[in-house]
Ligand binder design. Structure first.
Ligand code: AHM
Ligand code: MG
Length: 337
């Protein structure tokens, strides 16, 4: 007899949806479609290095299709898996300049899906983990067709958010506001199985993750904070260890499990025009919902990420995210500068 019960992601989603008495099953359907896209992308990511050996690089692959870069492939997979289910009214992707309407021939639903199809894709050739990030909202406008207003939202309005990390194994982590749950793909049966129930991030970590090559562009607060983390002080667990993969989902996932802080502060080369790198709607807001549900925090240094009202589809934001005590300490330094 097996000791633990095996819970597939589908069963878990259905059980979560039952917590809402008026649920229609629509959300379960949406997540079902999304897991299918995740499995397909996982398969392609896992065989990325075989392309040369199998002779499918170059202009055309074996079936005569033009070979696509994996991020473009992932973008299309998600769109094609999600366009016809009748659950969505509109999508938006980091890869597309404008909102992505649902084709006319398919029914429209009440949900909005925003995603980064393959974050960190510049790492793929070196076999480094990459990920997909998603954010789900309810339609807000009342007209028949969804508009950009349905996408320009505050993170607090998210119905669900999650990511898939294509690493030493493929994992999907999601929240619907009822805690954070992680599922590992069992490739032999093609199912995501519950492996990390109710993830909680340690309240303080020993890891910091930042691109130190940008140190010259940081504001004074960030410079002082990073210097502080490197000082020796056994009582406060310093120095911290630096771990930076350069692949947001992988860096975030590790810190979520072990505790720690990830920072992508703004570039202050021109102090009047600080420039952030990461996208609010596809990267910062969904990970912020996850980290808060796990007991952590996500901030720009002075503002809670989930409270930012998006004004543009590709708006960027500084992202400081991780263990609660670490993010609070960063905010102190940032305010002092
Ligand atoms: P991308 O969306 O073009 O892949 O860029 C986002 C990535 C993140 O995964 C990662 O955290 C960051 O860019 C790394 O940036 P840098 O190379 O500047 O450290
Ligand atoms: Mg990205």
């Amino acid at each position: 007899m097996q000791k633990h019960k095996v819970v597939t992601i589908q069963r878990h989603i259905v059980e979560q949806e039952r917590l809402f008495p008026r649920a229609t099953g629509d959300f379960t359907g949406l997540m079902w479609d999304l897991t299918l896209a995740a499995k397909t992308i996982s398969r392609e990511v896992n065989k990325a290095g075989l392309a040369d050996i199998l002779g499918i690089t170059g202009e055309q692959n074996v079936s005569g299709d033009t070979v696509k870069k994996l991020d473009v492939y992932a973008n299309e997979r998600i769109f094609k898996a999600m366009d016809h289910g009748g659950h969505l009214c509109v999508m938006a992707s980091e890869e597309n300049e404008d909102i992505i309407p649902i084709p006319d021939e398919f029914p429209k639903g009440k949900y909005v899906l925003m995603f980064d199809p393959l974050d960190g894709s510049s790492n793929i050739d070196a076999n480094v983990s990459v990920g997909t990030i998603f954010s789900i909202h309810r339609k807000k406008t009342t007209g028949k067709e969804a508009t950009i207003e349905d996408c320009l939202r505050k993170g607090t309005e998210q119905v669900a958010a999650g990511y898939i990390v294509y690493g030493s194994s493929t994992m999907m982590v999601y929240t619907t506001g009822q805690g954070v749950h992680g599922f590992t793909l069992d490739p032999s049966i093609g199912e995501f199985l519950l492996s990390h129930e109710n993830i909680k991030i340690p309240s303080k970590g020993k890891i910091y993750s930042i691109n130190e090559g940008n140190a010259n562009t940081w504001d004074e607060g960030t410079k002082k904070y990073i210097a502080y983390l490197k000082e020796s002080d056994a009582a406060t667990g310093r120095p911290y260890s630096l771990r930076y993969i350069g692949s947001l989902v992988a860096d975030f996932h590790r810190n979520l499990l072990y505790g720690g802080i990830f920072l992508y502060p703004a570039d202050y080369k021109d102090p009047k025009k600080p420039k952030a790198k990461l996208r609010l709607l596809y990267e910062a807001a969904p990970l912020a919902l996850i980290v808060e549900q796990a007991g952590g925090l996500a901030s720009t240094g002075k503002e809670r990420i989930l409270d930012i009202q998006a004004a543009e589809l590709h708006q960027k934001a500084p992202l400081i995210i991780g263990s609660k005590e670490d993010v609070l300490m960063y905010e102190k330094f940032f305010k002092q500068k």
